[in-house]
Design a protein around this ligand. Structure first.
Ligand code: UDP
Length: 358
């Protein structure tokens, strides 16, 4: 079986790392399966892209495109590659423009698509990600869902064939890559955080990262948290901050906020585990907060991961300063979540995709 994996954004490198690893392990055991990676170039900074290939031993892309973040442009460049290669399956992840471009290009060539992280919905139609998810799920032949809610979402949309609750490949990744306890101290030392509680914050979603008022409110909230707040700044958010002097002043005055460059995944897993709180608008980090048993404040009004809210690990605050601070002041009453699988989602996916391959 010949697979082409199409990825382009940071969280996709992490998800693909565990699936690609499972493919290579099965090939090493004699299974007739091979994968090539196509990188759309959606994320291109070293610490948003190449660093993840290095840290997670993801094989170098066979094709590394440079077509920006426009779905139509990506599709135009991907199509001739798929046409020439004629893979048995195109594998796509999540909800970015690279996901939809890959899925649409394959679909138009009648190449079957497998969607990993299918069925997630925010029910917020203003999010470009929501459009990408829905459109990709309509195209996909195999729909691999991380949660039962995702399965139900697809059923409600009339998508019932080849829908599988396999758990979350990000849980596989967190189990596989979280550095052992003895190495965690080094990461804290690297960021000068070893002796005190700290909070970890990330902001990157377009609705926040491009919204001066929302960023102002969030930074004001972060500045009032009585502990250091580590803020690895996404390039998207950095661009807005650099363009708005008032935001730069606010950050400069907030002496507890430490703005740093985006960190590697291994460092991020340690920071997530050791933080007292995580504040984020990231999808992936809401779950990673639970994987590391750290309470999470989600700086949005809705989430694709409702089970984290229901289990008490995650609170939705939107971007208002007062609601963020209020959510932090309340105790977190938590329980375990039984949705994300047993850490072997990647293997399950490959077995479903290749039932007859030996
Ligand atoms: N991440 C990372 N370094 C950072 C920020 C995030 O390795 O500086 C990881 C994080 O641990 C998670 C993933 O990137 O696995 C989440 O990606 P992002 O927030 O960009 O996208 P989303 O999950 O919202 O689609």
């Amino acid at each position: 079986m010949k697979i082409i994996t199409i990825i382009g954004a940071r969280p996709q490198f992490i998800k693909a790392a565990v699936v690609s690893r499972a493919i290579r392990q099965m090939a090493a055991r004699g299974m007739d399966i091979q994968e090539s990676i196509l990188h759309t170039g959606q994320h291109y900074d070293y610490n948003m892209s190449e660093l993840f290939f290095d840290q997670l031993a993801l094989p170098a892309p066979k094709w590394h495109l440079d077509c920006g973040n426009n779905t139509a442009t990506m599709k135009t460049v991907i199509t001739p590659i798929l046409q020439a290669e004629q893979p048995d399956v195109v594998l796509v992840y999540g909800d970015t423009n690279s996901t939809l471009a890959g899925a649409e290009a394959a679909n138009e060539l009648a190449i079957p698509v497998a969607h990993i992280e299918a069925g997630l919905r925010s029910f917020n139609n203003t999010m470009p990600e929501e459009h990408n998810r829905i459109a990709t799920d309509r195209i996909a032949t195999w729909l691999f869902c991380p949660t039962r809610t995702a399965v139900e979402n697809l059923h409600r949309e009339g998508i019932t064939r080849q829908v599988y609750h396999v758990g979350d490949v990000m849980y596989d990744a967190a189990l596989l890559f979280t550095p052992e306890e003895s190495k965690q101290e080094d990461v804290l030392t690297q960021y000068g955080l070893q002796v005190q509680p700290f909070a970890l914050a990330t902001i990157h979603r377009a609705s926040t990262a491009e919204n001066e008022q929302a960023l102002t409110n969030i930074i004001q909230a972060l500045s009032q948290i009585p502990m250091p707040v580590l803020l690895p700044l996404h390039p998207h958010t950095k661009k807005t901050v650099q363009a708005v002097p008032a935001l730069q002043r606010l950050l400069a005055q907030a002496t507890n906020i430490r703005v740093i460059e985006p960190v590697g995944y291994l460092e991020m897993l340690v920071l997530e585990r050791q933080a007292k709180y995580i504040l984020t608008d990231s999808g992936g980090m809401q779950k990673e907060a639970y994987f590391q048993r750290t309470p999470c404040i989600t700086l949005r009004n809705e989430t694709e991961w409702n089970e984290t809210v229901q289990a008490g690990w995650n609170r939705l605050t939107g971007t208002e300063t007062a609601s963020i601070l209020h959510a932090l002041s309340m105790p977190f009453d938590t329980k375990e979540i039984n949705e994300y699988g047993d850490g072997h989602s990647a293997e399950q996916i490959i077995h479903i995709l290749c039932p007859n391959v030996s």
